[in-house]
Ligand binder design. Structure first.
Ligand code: FPP
Length: 250
């Protein structure tokens, strides 16, 4: 169990909020903000590659976002499809492994096919795990893991006494990756909004009023600098997690 913040988080998780307000401030339709948000995603991926961050998980579309006006949902779907068509080859060249978490059966077959193809193409890449949470909800993620446990118990593959944190954690999305070390939310709201509820248990939280389309490397570096100064205690005391100083009594 790591006890101190490593200089650079291994896994960064981001709620990219503020696209709509960014557009409204410019008297433009919300979709213009989402398009500018897609450019910020590219800057963020570049930053993670430069910093040697191992995993980046982005909340692109929540299970609740389906209830937005049909025009906005349609615009976002077109934007996702366009991004998949244009960006996947370059991400593959850069060594990114793409994965989508969430209820993917709700997507249009054309988008679904592109998601599957992107995952297959990039499956062996290891430089950056780029996870896109799309039609994702943290409660739904935990419920699916609980259902999988229940199925194993019902089939006799698992005893009820074997249902523990490790068994559930192994069935949650992104179980093969280290849990997020740092969570960033842009756009000024101070909440987690049903993102990675299980996985964020011990993440360091960092909030900024900056709207997502305005995010650049300098802002992300500011978040990393703050993170590097955090003491991660995982429920222990400060004395327990601080390495002994040279010359100090044992
Ligand atoms: C939240 O801002 C943002 C979204 C619901 C969509 C996120 C999508 C992108 C950043 C575009 C591209 C993404 C990928 C992965 C290609 P909001 O609309 O809730 O903003 P508001 O709070 O100002 O209304």
């Amino acid at each position: 169990m790591p006890t101190h913040a490593t200089p650079v988080p291994r896994h960064l998780a981001i709620i990219m909020d503020g696209n709509g307000r960014w557009a409204q401030k410019r008297h433009r339709p919300r979709i213009i903000g989402h398009r500018a948000g897609a450019q910020a995603v590219k800057r963020c991926v570049e930053f993670c590659l430069q910093q040697g961050i191992e995993a980046l998980t982005l909340f692109a579309f929540s299970s609740e976002n389906w209830n937005r006006p049909a025009e906005e949902v349609g615009g976002l779907m077109k934007l996702f499809l366009g991004a998949l068509e244009r960006e996947v080859d370059e991400l593959h060249r850069l060594g990114a492994r793409l994965r989508f978490i969430g209820e993917r059966s709700r997507f249009d077959p054309a988008i679904l096919a592109r998601m599957d193809a992107a995952e297959r193409l990039t499956a062996a890449n290891v430089r950056l795990h780029l996870n896109i949470a799309a039609s994702y909800g943290g409660r739904q993620d935990i419920a699916a893991a609980a259902r999988s446990l229940a199925e194993d118990v019902a089939a006799g593959r698992l005893l009820p006494a074997q249902v523990d944190e490790a068994a559930l954690g192994a069935r949650i999305a992104l179980a093969d990756l280290p849990a997020p070390d740092l969570f960033i939310r842009t756009g000024g709201e101070l909440r987690i909004s049903n993102f990675l509820l299980w996985q964020l248990a011990y993440a360091e939280l960092w909030f900024t009023d900056t709207l997502w389309p305005d995010v650049d490397g300098a802002l992300l570096q500011h978040a990393l600098d703050d993170y590097a100064g955090r003491e991660r205690r995982f429920g222990l005391t400060s004395a327990q997690v601080r390495p002994a100083q040279p010359g100090s009594p044992a």
